[in-house]
Design a protein around this ligand. Structure first.
Ligand code: 5AD
Ligand code: SF4
Length: 474
């Protein structure tokens, strides 16, 4: 599925297209040597932003002649698009690099590239230079559009190529994109983050907030719709502050209203909202909309005011609860999901009880719970009162149980109802079933034919199985 996205940097895009031609020449030489098409494998760690970036990387790679594979063992070029939000994401990358080193010793022409958030950290680069010398190419989050140029340099040199930018104001997008799904797509509306939550590394690895021109966003979505897309997910670290730094400022709610006008587009989602910036205007627009999905991901992070303040979240427990009240009374059928961190420096079991209290009161439809991970360079990493593993574990287990109980209760409420589902894919366990996604982001499995993928159908939610349903088309 190759499609072209829009740009505000025509000259750079033209240059990159020249590099694509040159890189295609090297890939063609490789094809002759191998006697078959060279294969590439793009592995994504982390969030939806990274998933979208990977589609851009794959778009360039397929354009220059690589064939995509999911299996690293079969690939001639492997690229890891990394995440660094928590340390376990980093550890997974180092673990898999050991495996790649083995592969490369059996297949010396294998090229290995690393990119994404983790590469924006100097300490990571030092470690790779020292202990993972077999890596061929390293770049970061700001210059993925340069992949073809970097590949040309890589093919022409033996040593490790490293190109990391600290910042950028460039948004270069007139380049191929290889979409994972024909019927839905992520669309970047902004890059970077200005919030500086004290635990979070994102502002350091993704840079300052930059909003895309609304006309470019609309044009991209129109092209996607013309290419078969019925659902878009507008992506940004903090979509609620979209447009504040544009030459002609525009609110996120205004952008949504424009996206809503696009003929043929059926569903609109967005990610992620910061509670401090969620406006009444947005609630009003969601309430009136036929296309904006009944789902809001609203990270809470913690329920104790003392911890929220140390996290620099800039809202209190009471403010979060009253925001949720306002949203639920305006849009009663909305599903609210959240992210929660346990074990932030100084957090006691008493503080975790405050978080649990919020979970009970809000009745989240789903919550992602994370154990605090110390990220070097963030203010929280320098705090002295880091919490012991035993205390973290106790709070985490109790929170997780509450989260699961309340989510189950919420899901049970919809059993027996009929709702619209977007048919997404064949069920992984049972190929006679298809998996559909409801507006509220829950999944339902039902008998249907593969030809229905990408269609919206009404499904009766016959049985609730805790976090998903089984049903039938009505
Ligand atoms: N430790 C644990 N979880 C974190 N998150 C962000 N930074 C950290 C960290 N240092 C979580 C937050 C965020 C989600 C994407 O990841 O809950 O919302
Ligand atoms: Fe996404 Fe943040 Fe991970 Fe980067 S560090 S991939 S922005 S979650």
């Amino acid at each position: 599925m190759t499609q072209y996205t829009s740009t505000n940097d025509e000259r750079e895009s033209a240059l990159q297209r020249e590099y694509m031609q040159k890189a295609a020449g090297y890939v063609s030489d490789l094809r002759e040597n191998l006697g078959r098409s060279p294969r590439c494998c793009v592995v994504t760690f982390g969030c939806q932003m990274n998933a979208r970036d990977s589609e851009k990387l794959l778009g360039i790679l397929t354009q220059i002649g690589y064939v995509s594979t999911d299996k690293e063992e079969e690939a001639d070029f492997v690229i890891y698009n990394t995440c660094t939000v928590r340390d376990n994401a980093n550890q997974r990358v180092y673990g898999r690099l050991g495996f790649l080193n083995n592969l490369k010793s059996k297949k010396p022409h294998l090229k290995i590239a690393l990119c994404g958030c983790m590469m924006q950290e100097q300490s990571v680069i030092e470690k790779i230079k020292k202990s993972y010398r077999f890596v061929d190419l390293i770049f970061g989050t700001h210059n993925i559009f340069k992949l073809a140029q970097l590949l040309v340099t890589m093919f022409e040199n033996q040593e490790m190529i490293i190109d990391i930018w600290q910042e950028t104001d460039q948004i270069v997008e007139e380049l191929p994109v290889s979409r994972k799904y024909p019927y839905k797509s992520g669309v970047n509306i902004m890059f970077g983050c200005n919030n500086f939550c004290s635990y979070c590394i994102v502002p350091y690895v993704r840079g300052r907030e930059r909003s895309r021109d609304p006309k470019e966003i609309i044009r991209e979505i129109e092209r996607l719709v013309a290419d078969g897309v019925v659902e878009v997910m507008l992506l940004g670290q903090n979509v609620n502050s979209y447009g504040m730094n544009l030459d002609v400022p525009m609110s996120f709610a205004q952008l949504l209203q424009e996206v809503e006008q696009i003929d043929g587009l059926k569903r609109i989602r967005f990610m992620t909202s910061h509670p401090k910036d969620l406006s009444d205007e947005l609630i009003e627009v969601m309430k009136k909309s036929d296309k904006i999905c009944r789902h809001l991901h609203l990270p809470l992070q913690a329920g104790s005011d003392r911890i929220l303040s140390a996290m620099n979240r800039r809202y209190t427990k009471a403010q979060y609860l009253s925001l949720v009240d306002k949203i639920k009374s305006a849009i009663p059928d909305i599903a609210i999901t959240t992210d929660i961190i346990v074990g932030f420096p100084g957090e006691t079991l008493q503080d975790v009880e405050e978080t649990i209290d919020v979970v009970r009161r809000v009745q989240f439809d789903n919550a992602f719970t994370f154990i605090y991970s110390k990220r070097t360079g963030t203010p929280a990493a320098a705090m002295e009162n880091q919490v012991s593993d035993a205390v973290v574990r106790e709070g985490f287990d109790k929170l997780l149980k509450t989260v699961q109980d309340t989510a189950r209760e919420r899901a049970a409420l919809l059993q027996g109802q009929t709702m619209e589902a977007l048919v997404e894919e064949v069920n992984e366990q049972d190929s006679s079933l298809m998996t559909g996604r409801l507006s509220n982001n829950m999944l339902v499995h039902f008998p249907a034919d593969q030809s229905m993928i990408g269609q919206l159908v009404d499904v009766s939610l016959d049985v609730c199985h805790g976090f998903y349903y089984t049903g039938h088309i009505v």
